[in-house]
Write a protein that binds this ligand. Structure first.
Ligand code: FAD
Ligand code: SF4
Length: 415
């Protein structure tokens, strides 16, 4: 990306003293200071400022929903358009894609990372930069986690993951790919092999919703998005033409937009309102522009076959004020049933953790001590496994926090 274009955009920044963008960023990136350095053409200083709080600018710059975070809080929203912070972040990251910070001293301490999604990557890179001997294990054939496995190609240039892999190579981080902890190797055997372990295995299992399904196959968006990465042709052939998706988060939108690219008729049903949806506004707009129909305030009740026709029975819903504050509560509207004639039904209603990794290891999370803690002081957890907000930036923050905690020595090793 052209430095002149990046600088022109950075020059719009007012360097606000009260820093609303910084508070709205889960990583608390020092945006005004960063913009100031870019304006002056001090590119390396800009990179150093960013790197102190974020070591995945290439991922965050591409995939963060900035309108809900830093850009949403930008003072310039009141006058015109916010500073394009994500665009600048991505542009600067491209300038420095070859750069790693080599440690001054090597530390005789073996650290293992399990799971190389954003949390594990951030943690492994930071630990290696501190000088620790870092190894990693992932069940996939490449790093990136969900970003590699599920996020569709049209949203993200996956060659960025090769650049990250080169950083691992340069820092000497050894990775055991295609290795599933809990099956191919056991956590109970790894516990005593390493000085510290960071577990960031993400969310391995889909969550379903309460709906009566009578002898019909339903699909989970995660499985289909993963299939799409490897074989778009197979995905197209296994599904009918008219598809209904339940849910309105990132996963539902990615599923819907993927299916539109396979020329399917796609409908999303959501029991809340579009304004209330977890998916980003720009992603929802993109889906609508691409021909996806969104039905809000409607929930599924049953899915059955009648006279060789697949019928999805739904009920209208409404939102009532919660007595404890927060989001409105969903209530079904009595006698408001509608039937849709459909070909296939897909759930995109969230994911949950798989506990296979921990099986028989004696390791358990101890959130009452710290969100990152387990009953073994040298074993930590992070990423989507512990985060309320399931976003790349939040996953990265957990990886960095645990690395900083280990570097400060604020844990005990009694294994
Ligand atoms: C379709 C989709 C789209 C999304 N879009 C966005 C977006 O636009 N912006 C955004 O901010 N967030 C988005 N998210 C959320 C984001 O991807 C996650 O919050 C983030 O990837 C979580 O990172 P993580 O490191 O905790 O786990 P993950 O990225 O899930 O990585 C976990 C890794 O652990 C490995 N693993 C799991 N179990 C084992 C085991 N037993 N042994 C060895 N390895 C194991 C997995 O193979 C995987 O590589 C999206 C999520 C999905 C599903
Ligand atoms: S809020 Fe906007 S204008 Fe103010 S410092 Fe942040 S990016 Fe710059």
């Amino acid at each position: 990306m052209d430095k002149f274009i990046i600088q022109t955009e950075a020059k719009r920044c007012l360097e606000c003293k009260h820093k609303p963008c910084v508070y709205a960023c889960p990583a608390h990136n020092n945006i005004p200071e960063y913009m100031s350095k870019i304006k002056q053409g001090l590119w390396e200083e800009a990179r150093t400022i960013w790197h102190s709080t974020s070591n995945l600018p290439e991922l965050c710059g591409s995939l963060c929903q900035n309108e809900n975070m830093c850009e949403g809080a930008c003072t310039l929203n009141k006058i015109h358009k916010p500073v394009k912070i994500g665009f600048i972040e991505k542009g600067v990251s491209e300038l420095f894609k070859e750069i790693v910070d080599y440690p001054k001293d090597k530390i005789n301490h073996r650290h293992l990372v399990i799971g190389l999604g954003p949390a594990g990557i951030a943690n492994a890179l930071k630990m290696a930069e501190y000088g620790y001997i870092v190894e990693a294990i992932d069940s996939n054939a490449l790093l990136g986690g969900t970003v590699y496995n599920l996020v569709p190609d049209f949203r993200f240039d996956k060659s960025i993951l090769n650049d990250i892999q080169h950083k691992f190579d340069r820092l000497g981080i050894k990775i055991r790919y295609n290795t599933y902890v809990g099956k191919d190797v056991l956590l109970k055997d790894l516990i005593h092999e390493y000085d510290t372990i960071f577990i960031a295995d993400g969310l391995g299992l889909p969550s379903s919703v309460d709906i009566q399904v009578e002898h019909l196959k339903v699909y989970y968006a995660q499985d289909l998005l993963n299939k799409n990465i490897y074989s778009k042709k197979d995905l197209s052939a296994m599904l009918g033409d008219k598809i209904y998706i339940v849910g309105l988060g990132n996963v539902a939108i990615d599923m819907a937009r993927t299916l539109r690219r396979l020329h399917k008729e796609v409908h999303i049903i959501y029991r809340r309102t579009i304004e209330d949806a977890p998916a980003g506004k720009s992603e929802i707009e993109a889906a609508i522009n691409e021909g996806v129909t969104i039905h809000e305030l409607i929930g599924p009740v049953s899915y059955k076959m009648k006279n060789k026709i697949k019928l999805l029975n739904c009920e209208k819903t409404c939102l009532v004020q919660s007595t404890t504050g927060g989001r409105g509560l969903v209530q079904r509207v009595p006698n408001s049933e509608t039937y849709f004639q459909i070909d296939d039904l897909i759930f995109a209603t969230g994911q949950k953790t798989s506990e296979v990794l921990f099986h028989d290891s004696g390791v358990v999370q101890t959130p009452e001590i710290s969100p990152f803690a387990t009953n073994y002081p040298h074993i930590f957890v992070g990423g989507d496994r512990i985060n309320k907000n399931k976003r790349i930036v939040d996953a990265m923050v957990t990886g960095l926090t645990v690395a900083n905690q280990i570097a400060k020595g604020s844990y005990e090793t009694n294994h």
